[in-house]
Design a binder for this molecule. Structure first.
Ligand code: C2E
Ligand code: MG
Ligand code: MG
Ligand code: MG
Length: 282
């Protein structure tokens, strides 16, 4: 057969593992191309974050989407992981930062002040070009730093700790907010939590998805909100899928809520349409 005539294919297709390896290499390669072409395969989706104190949506989380030219969607869970393993994440995050800050600047000039959260990885924080790029984008697009939040998971925050914490402090000095994403499923001890230069705790969705049904989740969430507030953090819940959970979070004095109950992540234009027809739900 043809595979047998081609040394490379025989090499790569020896077994399922090699095939998966090749597939990963192809995805990384295509992702690299998609970043360079910037032809719309990659775009940002924006998910509303409801300010529970004001009842208004004054913030979004920016989440990357990839629809390959062949029509396939690739999940960010998969390609972000591959981008991290291959080092491409630094370039990808540069693109994300540019696109999101451009969008926030466009909204500002249209009269809409909308804060935005950007997800980054440990490698971005360790990259000495990250902060200057962010600073450049803010200046070019006339966006005040306090409209931008950087979201990092516990794992990303703990990697190369000393350097990481200093880099986060430099970001904070710039005026951007720092959020600890997926809180509660990682390894952050309470001792470490108080040392981290963060502004926001973002409870992982595992505690929120069934909040309305689970007494245990209610205990965990209530305690974490209290702890977060006493440490001076704003607390956000992600994965709010029903109105009962939203009401509970309001009673528990959670600061922000995000989830499918409000809206799925949407492309910018659709988000603006959604916002136009939004009526206060809490
Ligand atoms: P994350 O930062 O924790 O983002 C929250 C994820 O939960 C998103 O998945 C979002 O679509 C999903 N979600 C929001 N509301 C609900 C809900 O009510 N129910 C459920 N079941 N899920 C909900 P998504 O967009 O697939 O992203 C997955 C992860 O990929 C993100 O987790 C983040 O770690 C990473 N990611 C996404 N975009 C970017 C990016 O631009 N840069 C980087 N570095 N990572 C990104
Ligand atoms: Mg996030
Ligand atoms: Mg999260
Ligand atoms: Mg996550």
């Amino acid at each position: 057969d043809t595979a047998a005539q081609d040394g490379h294919e025989v090499y790569f297709y020896q077994n399922g593992e090699d095939e998966a390896h090749l597939e990963r290499l192809e995805i990384i390669d295509e992702l690299k191309q998609a970043l360079q072409l910037d032809d719309g395969q990659l775009f940002m989706a924006y998910q509303p974050k409801l300010n529970m104190n004001s009842g208004q949506v004054d913030k979004v989380e920016a989440l990357i989407r990839w629809k390959r030219n062949n029509g396939d969607w690739v999940s960010p869970e998969l390609f972000i992981d591959l981008a991290e393993q291959s080092g491409l994440i630094v370039e990808l995050t540069k693109w994300v930062v540019r696109v999101v800050i451009t969008q926030v600047g466009v909204w500002l000039r249209e009269g809409l002040t909308m804060k935005a959260a950007i997800n980054v990885s440990a490698q971005d924080i360790a990259d000495s070009a990250f902060l200057p790029h962010l600073e450049d984008m803010l200046a070019i697009h006339g966006v005040p730093a306090n409209l931008i939040t950087i979201e990092l998971t516990e794992r990303d925050m703990i990697e190369n700790e000393e350097r990481g914490i200093n880099a986060l402090k430099a970001l904070k000095a710039l005026g951007v907010m720092i959020s600890l994403d997926d809180y509660g499923v990682g390894q952050t001890s309470l001792g470490r939590l108080k040392m981290l230069p963060i502004d926001e705790l973002k409870l992982d969705k595992v505690f929120i998805l069934k909040l309305n049904e689970s007494h245990q989740d209610q205990c965990i969430v209530q305690s974490t909100i209290s702890l977060g507030h006493q440490l001076g953090f704003s607390v956000v819940s992600e994965g709010v899928e029903n109105s009962e959970s939203l009401t509970l979070l309001k009673q528990m004095r959670c600061d922000y809520a995000q989830g499918y109950h409000l809206s799925r992540p949407l492309p910018a234009k659709e988000f603006i349409n959604w916002l136009g027809s939004y009526h206060e739900v809490v």
